[in-house]
Design a binder for this molecule. Structure first.
Ligand code: ADP
Ligand code: MG
Length: 466
């Protein structure tokens, strides 16, 4: 059965994605409503959770309809030898190596020079992600205009907004827009470098190992436009410090920096205040959810792209309409839907019908959005659980019987709602965001050690989400 689930996963996400993220995912056990899976690193775990949790669950549900939860854990790391591994070692493995064994970084001195060179090479670009294929709409007008402006700039131009910081949820077009800037902005005398935050980390780690960190920094600073995708994944103190230097150096030299992340700068909790304020000091633009019209346009453009290779493929308007209405959350699923229809109609040499579409994309359609949890509800439920009053939670009292419940409530507010730290602070009797951050970290640290507390928190979560 596990093999079949993997097969499904592979066909929904595609071979590349599958081999980068899921190849080393193992089944631990299946028990009633939940399936327990494991991956080798924390990084993989958080990546799969943020990007593919729904997909993994729906692949399981297609095999076992009773499954309602996926538990993903990190397997105990296998110690790797303290030398740089061969080129096939994935970026992600090197990163986790960095994460687990920082002290060994400096010890390694002799490695191929090519590693650091490669590290500067930028992340691979998808030739389809250009301005020509990016559909403008109400939710992305400003971001698109700003991105075009950056792409059209010439070397030495006055930079208007720096950095340009674009944030949006998963699948709303950040990567597409950033790669479009990169494709359009590169010219003989203007270097645009697109790096995912992971690649940036990898580049820096590799440079440290080869003792070419200086060259790495210099090379980065020689770039006209630095584009960094998924900044929320920048981890580790030393890479963050390096990122901060690079950012300052580039901006001070009048070079353009473009950044995308899944949240606003103020919510990048692991970055220090100076970096956050520097990030917020340029133009911060949010891209909203894709509206229905925009979804329809994206579907149409996907179909016409597919038709350049498969002339006989066509999707009737009512089907497109249905898909635009049914698939609401993200652009990746729109693309996935068209790919499936294409595959199905090719394999069976049939034309696309509404009935076929309904069947093929069933698992991409969420029955309903998960319930939005409100901060008031959290305060109410936590107060009840710990037998304190809600006003105690919001008060400035610091007795132990109030402090812990208050921290738990703030932790839940951070994990179950989309509210930012400052906002949560305000809703908890006007506290500072650093107090909230402290509470979140505290509880995070405790639940990993204290089983009783971890159960309590789990229980509260369940009550709130029901
Ligand atoms: P993100 O990086 O924000 O998670 P992506 O840029 O990877 O999202 O977009 C997910 C998919 O949706 C891609 O296939 C992308 O081409 C498509 N997409 C998202 N927004 C648009 C848009 N405005 N126009 C065309 N395609 C889009
Ligand atoms: Mg992206």
């Amino acid at each position: 059965r596990w093999t079949r689930v993997k097969g499904r996963l592979r066909s929904t996400v595609g071979e590349d994605v599958y081999s980068s993220w899921f190849a080393r995912m193992d089944l631990e056990r299946v028990g009633g409503e939940s399936v327990h899976l494991s991956v080798p690193t924390r990084f993989l775990k958080s990546w799969i959770q943020t990007h593919y949790a729904d997909r993994v669950l729906s692949c399981w549900q297609a095999e076992l309809p009773d499954v309602h939860r996926i538990d993903l854990t990190v397997r105990t790391p296998v110690r790797a030898p303290a030398v740089v591994k061969d080129a096939r070692t994935s970026v992600e493995e090197r990163l986790s190596e960095h994460e687990h064994r920082p002290s060994e970084l400096r010890a390694v001195a002799t490695v191929p020079v090519s590693a650091s060179h490669e590290a500067l090479g930028g992340s691979p670009l998808d030739p389809r992600l250009t301005f020509a294929t990016f559909v403008g709409g109400r939710s992305n007008t400003l971001a698109l205009a700003a991105a075009r402006q950056v792409a059209e700039g010439r070397r030495g131009d006055n930079v208007m907004f720096n950095p340009l910081y674009i944030h949006a949820g998963v699948g709303l077009g950040k990567t597409h827009l950033l790669q479009a800037v990169t494709w359009a902005g590169n010219s003989a005398d203007r270097k645009v470098l697109y790096l995912t935050a992971e690649k940036f980390m990898y580049g820096f780690v590799a440079a440290l190992k080869t003792q070419t960190a200086l060259a790495f920094k210099e090379a980065l600073r020689g770039i006209d436009v630095l584009v960094i995708d998924d900044l929320q994944f920048l981890q580790g103190k030393s890479t963050q410090a390096e990122f901060c230097h690079t950012l300052n150096a580039l901006i001070d030299a009048g070079r353009q920096v473009v950044i995308a992340a899944d949240r606003p700068p103020s919510d990048l909790e692991s970055l220090d205040d100076r970096v956050r304020s520097r990030l917020a000091g340029g133009l911060v633009v949010e891209m909203g959810a894709l509206g229905e019209e925009l979804r329809l346009e994206i579907l149409k453009s996907r179909v016409s792209a597919a038709r350049t290779h498969h002339a006989s493929f066509d999707v009737p308007l009512p089907v497109l309409d249905y898909l635009a209405k049914a698939i609401t959350h993200n652009g990746r699923d729109l693309e996935g839907a068209i790919n499936r229809l294409l595959a199905h109609s090719k394999l069976n040499s049939t034309s696309v019908t509404l009935e076929m579409a309904e069947r093929e994309v069933r698992d991409l359609i969420r029955p309903q959005e998960p319930r939005r949890v409100k901060i008031e509800d959290i305060q109410r439920v936590v107060a009840r659980q710990y037998n304190v009053s809600r006003s105690d939670l919001l008060s400035s009292r610091r007795t132990a019987n109030v402090v812990r419940p208050r921290q738990v409530a703030m932790y839940l507010a951070k994990t179950l709602t989309l509210r930012s730290l400052p906002e949560i602070g305000r809703r908890f009797g006007g506290r500072d965001h650093t107090t909230v951050l402290h509470a979140v970290r505290k509880i995070e640290a405790l639940v990993s050690k204290d089983i009783a507390l971890s159960d309590e928190v789990e229980l509260l979560k369940r009550q709130l989400q029901e």
